[in-house]
Design a protein around this ligand. Structure first.
Ligand SMILES: [Zn+2]
Ligand SMILES: [Zn+2]
Length: 148
């Protein structure tokens, strides 16, 4: 089913597919992923920088694919990048374990200050309304993690 919205690739208001991409960006993504997997097949120990250099894709782009889980990092030990908050190297999401735990605690404090009894209580109260702003991506260790 197609909808109109802002494309996650180019940000323009376009007709989108299920990946939230316009046809142009969708094609781009498919082509880039092919380039990446072809390169990684031959270079299992490549770093993120090498991957970017050798494929001609920007570092920003390959990092984004990695964060989004489009590249299966378990096969490639050197594909990693620093945590959003500290220098710990990670290969999935935005935060290292330590920071995500801290963020989780801070988030809980914030909810308690706002009068919610618990995170679960907060989720229940919002489950039909607005969704949590990006937080399901940040809270890695906690119960809020959504299985995808
Ligand atoms: Zn687009
Ligand atoms: Zn960290």
């Amino acid at each position: 089913m197609e909808t109109i919205g802002h494309c996650e690739g180019c940000g323009q208001l376009k007709q989108l597919n299920q990946r939230n991409l316009c046809p142009f960006c969708n094609q781009d993504l498919d082509r880039n992923m092919k380039i990446i997997s072809a390169y990684l097949k031959k270079n299992r120990s490549a770093s993120l920088e090498q991957l970017s250099d050798e494929t001609g894709l920007t570092l920003h782009m390959v990092k984004k694919y990695l964060m989004e889980g489009r590249i299966l990092v378990s096969d490639y030990p050197n594909l990693n990048y620093p945590c959003y908050f500290c220098e710990e190297r990670i290969h999935k999401g935005y935060l290292c374990k330590n920071c995500s735990t801290k963020l989780m605690l801070e988030f809980r404090d914030m909810l308690l200050r706002e009068g919610h009894e618990s995170i679960e209580d907060y989720i229940r109260s919002t489950s039909t309304g607005r969704k949590l702003p990006e937080l399901d991506r940040y809270i890695v260790e906690g119960r809020m993690k959504k299985e995808s």
